[in-house]
Write a new protein. Structure first.
Length: 133
């Protein structure tokens, strides 16, 4: 999650040509709690909206330097599922990730957090499991 929007050209410069910006759509509870993300035709980031980014090049924190941006979202718009069981969540500050929450691992797939609660870095998105099954 970023406090500013990013157009497709800047997105490709930062994350590589062919990188994907995935938006949370829903959790299919009838299909073993499958999380569904939408990859829109245009890869753009909207300020304050959590997304998962699947880069096509190696990106290190030192590569993520943004200049000439306008901060346009002071708060994050987190997305709940219809039944309230899951929330696609992000924060600008460090926040707690808890056992059974879901995150995108470094292999580009979604995994359950299996450890104890810990501080998760700001500017990152994950799926909060409100049911804690």
């Amino acid at each position: 999650v970023l406090p500013f929007s990013m157009n497709e050209k800047k997105f490709e410069e930062m994350f590589g040509v062919g990188a994907k910006c995935l938006h949370f759509t829903k959790v299919e509870t009838e299909n073993d709690n499958t999380i569904v993300f939408t990859h829109h035709f245009y890869n753009m980031i909207v300020a304050g909206r959590p997304v998962f980014i699947y880069p096509t090049k190696d990106v290190t924190p030192s590569d993520l330097v943004f200049t000439d941006v306008t901060l346009s979202a002071k708060t994050v718009t987190n997305t709940n599922t219809n039944d309230g069981g899951f929330t696609f969540y992000a924060s600008y500050d460090n926040t707690d990730i808890n056992k059974n929450d879901l995150f995108m691992n470094n292999k580009g797939s979604v995994s359950y957090w299996t450890g104890s609660s810990t501080s998760y870095p700001g500017m990152r998105s994950f799926v909060k499991n409100n049911c804690k099954n």
